[in-house]
Design a protein around this ligand. Structure first.
Ligand SMILES: *Cc1c(COP(=O)(O)O)cnc(C)c1O
Length: 427
């Protein structure tokens, strides 16, 4: 029964472009009307028709503790009683900045804002101002939010909907963004050989999550550090997904790589709108009011978002076992699902790092956008619909990550596997 969802979607389509406020929610890639959600608790969500699902979207990453974690809800409520926004600094911002800087050895200062898009946009502006250069290098399939400079060959919704580079971005701006394949150090070297003195920054998701999960090959990230350093360019890690997802702090495999700027979002807001950019003091001090690079926000460092983020990070810091637990859950779920696909004789490639994974419907390997695109998206769509009708909510696109939270337990794993087995019977 999806009657209420369908009625709401029909109404929404008249009022909101495509009926949604963010494109991948529209189920364009998987068919049918999107499911409207009503409530969530732990690993489960309920739609407006009363159907329950084990959730692997988890708000696209932020809800690492699960839906409506009591500590997060209490923190938000307590702050709401005191005030939702002042347009003046509050103690919570200082506390959250302190926690983030403690967790990221390479960060000396951090500026809070309201979305990951804003964080990346600011990082790019800072890199350009700091280096006095204009060109940016990014990787095909990496998504860095929807700011003009970064929509070229972006992942996520852009990949899902098969859109060309977005109209509305001036050619003169788009041509400053050079896009090359992920995991291709030769392409990076070639770009630096040609444009080295003009490159302000290389931006990368250290583990790609927006073309589906794609791990960096050994040596790829350290090569980026070498080349950027040799040419006086900045290295920007976009850790909006990976920050606090894989470990307390940033991508653990990035240890020692030491990017100049790091973008954060998602988990640090505990499910409320947030973004942050952090980095070396010399670069961060370029930001107004200390420096000339302007950046601002009416709701930046919003007390509710700071309270939710603080509650979330505090639990992650205090629970030494939490990352191991999520990793164990995802590992065994992926192993068992792989077994079901094997028995069915259906070739899939499951790329996983700890608690994030993607099931690509291709024999693989998947190591960049081109190999991700070899996936059979029709087959993925059938799998997705089968899982939904069996009570599991995977991301509605082949090119997105499934997220496991601390709330997912053995019963959820069992039910997910049952749903997978039942779905495969019908395929
Ligand atoms: C989600 C995401 C963003 C954008 O964050 P928003 O809060 O949606 O603006 C940027 N970079 C990466 C890697 C992301 O996954």
């Amino acid at each position: 029964m999806k009657d209420r969802s369908q009625a709401l979607f029909a109404q929404a389509e008249r009022l909101i472009p495509g009926g949604v406020n963010s494109p991948v929610r529209a189920f364009k890639a998987v068919g049918g009307a999107p499911v409207f959600m009503n409530a969530g608790r732990g690993a489960r969500i309920c739609d407006v028709d009363g159907n329950e699902y084990i959730d692997y979207v988890m708000s696209w990453g932020p809800l690492i503790l699960g839906h409506t974690h009591p500590a997060v809800v209490a923190a938000i409520s307590a702050q709401a009683e005191k005030g939702t926004s002042f347009g003046a600094p509050t103690p919570l911002e200082v506390e959250l900045a302190g926690l983030i800087i403690e967790a990221f050895p390479n960060l000396e200062m951090v500026r809070m804002m309201s979305s990951g898009t804003e964080a990346v946009m600011t990082a790019i502006r800072l890199a350009r101002a700091f280096t006095g250069r204009d060109r940016i290098v990014k990787f095909a399939g990496c998504y860095h939010g929807h700011s003009d400079a970064l929509l070229a060959r972006a992942g996520s919704g852009v990949a899902t909907l098969g859109l060309p580079d977005s109209p509305g971005v001036p050619g003169s701006l788009a041509e400053l963004t050079i896009t090359i394949p992920f995991n291709d150090p030769g392409a990076v070297a070639a770009v630096f050989a040609k444009h080295g003195p003009d490159i302000a920054a290389v931006i990368v998701e250290p583990v790609a999550g927006n073309m589906g999960v794609v791990l960096p090959q050994p040596g790829f990230l350290s090569r980026l550090r070498e080349l950027t350093r040799a040419h006086g360019s900045l290295l920007i890690f976009d850790e909006v997904i990976t920050g606090f997802r894989l470990a307390w702090g940033g991508y653990p495999g990035g240890g020692g790589i030491d990017p100049d700027l790091t973008c954060l979002g998602k988990i640090i807001g505990g499910g409320l709108p947030v973004g942050a950019v952090g980095g070396k003091r010399a670069v961060m001090e370029q930001l107004a009011p200390l420096g000339p690079v302007y950046q601002a926000g009416t709701l930046s460092g919003n007390p509710l978002a700071m309270a939710a983020g603080l509650a979330t990070l505090t639990i992650l810091r205090e629970s030494t076992e939490c990352y191991e637990a999520m990793k164990r859950y995802a590992f065994s779920l992926c192993e068992e699902m792989q077994g079901l696909f094997n028995r069915k004789g259906m070739p899939v490639t499951i790329n996983r790092l700890d608690s994030m994974f993607t099931i690509f419907f291709t024999a693989g390997p998947v190591c960049d956008l081109d190999t991700a695109r070899r996936s059979d998206t029709e087959l993925f769509a059938r799998f997705f619909r089968g899982m939904m009708s069996n009570g599991v909510n995977p991301p509605p696109s082949q090119f997105e990550a499934w997220f496991v939270s601390l709330a997912h337990d053995l019963l959820d794993a069992e039910k997910t596997l049952e749903a997978c087995a039942r779905t495969l019977e019908t395929m």
